[in-house]
Design a protein. Structure first.
Length: 80
């Protein structure tokens, strides 16, 4: 699994958990829908820290909560 796949999985699972669409998340995060869609589709391989922070805010989370993913701790992830 790659870093971008882990981020994509996290975004999609949180959207499902919170019952919001990716487009609604973009609005809540204050980022362009195309930016978030590119991350989810894997077109953006390394989203910036500022973008990840805004996504976390869209989920009403701290960045550290958003990035608290078992895959980061338990797996050796592949580079893009």
């Amino acid at each position: 699994m790659t870093y971008s796949e882990v981020i994509t999985d996290r975004i999609l699972s949180l959207c499902k958990e919170k019952k919001i669409t990716v487009n609604k998340l973009a609005t809540l995060a204050g980022i362009k829908q195309s930016t978030l869609e590119n991350i989810v589709k894997g077109n953006t391989k390394s989203p910036g820290l500022r973008t990840l922070h805004r996504i976390a805010i869209g989920f009403n989370m701290k960045l550290s909560e958003f990035l608290s993913i078992d895959a980061f701790d338990n797996e050796m992830l592949e580079d893009e």
